[in-house]
Write a protein that binds this ligand. Sequence first.
Ligand code: NI
Length: 205
Amino acid sequence: MRKQLMRWSRVLVCAIACSMATVACDNKPPVPKAAFNSTDVTGIDYAQGFELTDHTGQKRTLADYTGKIVVVFFGFTHCPDVCPTTLAEMAAVKKELGTDGDKLQVLFVTVDPERDTQQALADFVPAFDPSFVGLYGSTEQTMKLQKDYKLFVQKVANKQGGGYSVDHTAGSYVYDAQGRIRLFVRSGQGPQAILHDIKLILAGA
Ligand code: NI
């Protein structure tokens, strides 16, 4: 009887040890796939960076903003709707982030360098938020940019009054603090959706 008891207790100890081992093993939390509202483009081989000039005349590359979450939006200052709306939304997102707002850098890159001079960008971009930066390049740099970022850009002559408008890809690319491309944000998602995604990246997603 005593022998049997000892055998049972040994079995029991073993069972507990085994189950604990299993628990220890299963205890690693599974890496949750981040539920982004935007398109997760992590790992794509385009949209890797740029060489441009900012609205104060400084040469800039993506690496200058390492340590911040960078949102790059392409547009033009004469844009009647999408561009100002997007910049206003990004300003709202930055505000909503509170103190974490400092970890966000919004870059507005013109696809219309002909009209969007350094001065035009300086007048337009920081008006949405003083930290926002306008970027421009030469015609050649802008052409290269369109290729590097697979942008659709097309000048369209105005029907009345002369001049032209520019049809363009209306979305933003988001980089994490290490400068890795992470998201493509379609325009029209609204600030709450963007805020949610940026918070995820800030939390290490
Ligand atoms: Ni626009």
